[in-house]
Design a protein around this ligand. Structure first.
Ligand code: SAM
Length: 282
C-alpha cells in the first residue's frame, strides 16, 4: 500500500505473489502454458468469458513477435533487448533470431519474478543471452544495468522489443517518455518492435470485443492484478514510436503485419486486440 492507502502497481523483485493475478501468468494461460496459479486462471477465465478470442489474440501477438524478430535479424540486427519478455514460451526470441543468425545477442527484461525464475533454465542457457529483472517504467536502469551493458554494444543498432507491455503502463507513467528514453541510447538503424492492446474496432467493424460491457469486464479482471490494463486506440499508440519511423505497413492489427499465411476476416481482425508495428531510428 502507498501513503494514500492504495495498492501499489507492481511488486518487490523478490516477491512471487500467488494472491493476485500476474499478467505474465495470465498470458501464459492464454497461450496454453502451465506456469500459472489458480488466481491467474480465474482472472484469465474471466477475460476469456468476456472476450473468448483472447487466446487467438495472444497467439497472433506472439506470431507478430516472431515475424518482426526475423525481419530485424534479416536486416542485419545482431542485438535485441526484449522488454516484457513474458514467461518463456518456445520459440523464444533468441531461438527465433538464431534460426537466421547464430550470433544474435539477446537481453531479456521483465519485472515479474516468476519470469526470472523460469528465465534461468530456458532463456539464458544458450549463451549470448541474459535475463535482467527490470521495469520498463525505469528505462535508465535497464540501459545502465551491467548485464545489459556487457551484452549490448550501444554503438551498433539494437532491436528493442516492447511487445504487449506498454498497455501495462499508465498515461501518467508516460509511455512515450519511456520509449524516448530508450531511443536516446540507441544507434541509428535501431528498431522498435511494438505491440499494444486496444478496444478499438477494426476499421469500423463494431462487434464483439468493442462491446462496452465486455471491455469493462476485461479491464476489471486486470484491476486486482499486479499491473492494470490500459487499452489505447491507434491515435494514442502511433505517437509512442516517437523518433522511430514506422516502416510499411505501419501500425496495423498484428495479423496484417507482413503476414506469412492467410489474412483473417474483418471480424477476426476486430477480435484480434493487438496493434503492432516496427519503427527504425534515423
Ligand atoms: C502480455 S505479456 C507479453 C510477453 C511477450 N512480450 C509477448 O508478447 O509474447 C506482458 C509481459 O510484460 C511484463 N510486464 C508488465 N509490466 C511490466 C513492467 N512495468 N516492466 C517490465 N515488464 C513488465 C509482464 O510481467 C509480462 O511478462
Amino acid at each position: 500500500m502507498n501513503e494514500h492507502g492504495e495498492r501499489e502497481q507492481g511488486f518487490r523483485a523478490e516477491e512471487i505473489d500467488t494472491s493476485r493475478p500476474h499478467p505474465a501468468r495470465m498470458y501464459d494461460y492464454y497461450l496454453g502454458g502451465w506456469d500459472n496459479y489458480e488466481v491467474d486462471r480465474q482472472a484469465a477465465e474471466h477475460v476469456i468469458q468476456a472476450h473468448p478470442q483472447v487466446k487467438l489474440s495472444a497467439r497472433a501477438n506472439r506470431a507478430f513477435l516472431r515475424r518482426a524478430v526475423r525481419e530485424c535479424v534479416g536486416d542485419g540486427i545482431r542485438q535485441i533487448i526484449d522488454i516484457g519478455t513474458g514467461i518463456p514460451t518456445s520459440p523464444n526470441t533468441h531461438e527465433v533470431a538464431r534460426e537466421i543468425a547464430d550470433d544474435v545477442k539477446v537481453a531479456y527484461v521483465d519485472n515479474d519474478p516468476i519470469v526470472a525464475t523460469h528465465a534461468g533454465a530456458k532463456l539464458t542457457n544458450a549463451g549470448h543471452a541474459a535475463f535482467v529483472l527490470g521495469d520498463v517504467r525505469r528505462p535508465e536502469e535497464i540501459l545502465a544495468h551491467p548485464v545489459v551493458r556487457e551484452l549490448v554494444d550501444f554503438d551498433k543498432p539494437v532491436a528493442v522489443l516492447l511487445v504487449a507491455v506498454l498497455h501495462f503502463v499508465k498515461d501518467e507513467e508516460d509511455p512515450a517518455g519511456i520509449v524516448a528514453a530508450l531511443a536516446a541510447a540507441l544507434a541509428p538503424g535501431s528498431r522498435l518492435v511494438l505491440s499494444h492492446a486496444t478496444a478499438e474496432p477494426y476499421e469500423g467493424y463494431d462487434e464483439g470485443y468493442t462491446d462496452v460491457r465486455a471491455r469493462d469486464s476485461v479491464l476489471g479482471a486486470y484491476k486486482n492484478a499486479t499491473a492494470s490494463l490500459n487499452l489505447r486506440g491507434r491515435a494514442a499508440i502511433e505517437p509512442l514510436f516517437g523518433d522511430f519511423t514506422l516502416q510499411a505497413p505501419g501500425l496495423v492489427r498484428v495479423p496484417l503485419w507482413h503476414p506469412d499465411g492467410p489474412v483473417p476476416s474483418a471480424q477476426e481482425l476486430s477480435n484480434t486486440i493487438f496493434y503492432g508495428g516496427v519503427g527504425v531510428k534515423a
